[in-house]
Design a protein around this ligand. Structure first.
Ligand code: FES
Length: 98
């Protein structure tokens, strides 16, 4: 099972392959905003994927379009609801302004 290291706490959680990072974080008890319930519409689940980006699903059109409308976006930005976990371990950063 892939392990997700959650920054800034450093907490490590085991996640199932094929689920979104958002679902894995919520299942582990992390408090991550998700106002549109995973439709790539609200942007509130914005995270940075610090390590393991190549192992998760590629950014699709809907996610790209939403990210383009947001501030504070960088090369490591993903919407946690749209990024599907593969077999690789990840390090993600939950942003304080959610
Ligand atoms: S929950 Fe709204 S964009 Fe991810």
């Amino acid at each position: 099972m892939p392990v997700i290291t959650v920054m800034p706490s450093g907490k490590q959680i085991e996640a199932a392959e094929g689920v979104s990072i958002l679902a894995a974080l919520l299942d582990s008890g992390e408090d991550l905003a998700h106002k549109c319930e995973g439709k790539a519409e609200c942007g509130s689940c914005h995270i940075f994927v610090l390590e393991g980006r190549k192992g998760i699903s590629r950014t699709q059109k809907l996610e790209n379009e939403k990210l383009d409308t947001m501030v504070g976006i960088g090369s490591k930005s993903r919407l946690a609801c749209q990024a599907i976990i593969g077999s690789d371990n990840l390090t993600v950063e939950i942003l304080g302004f959610n």
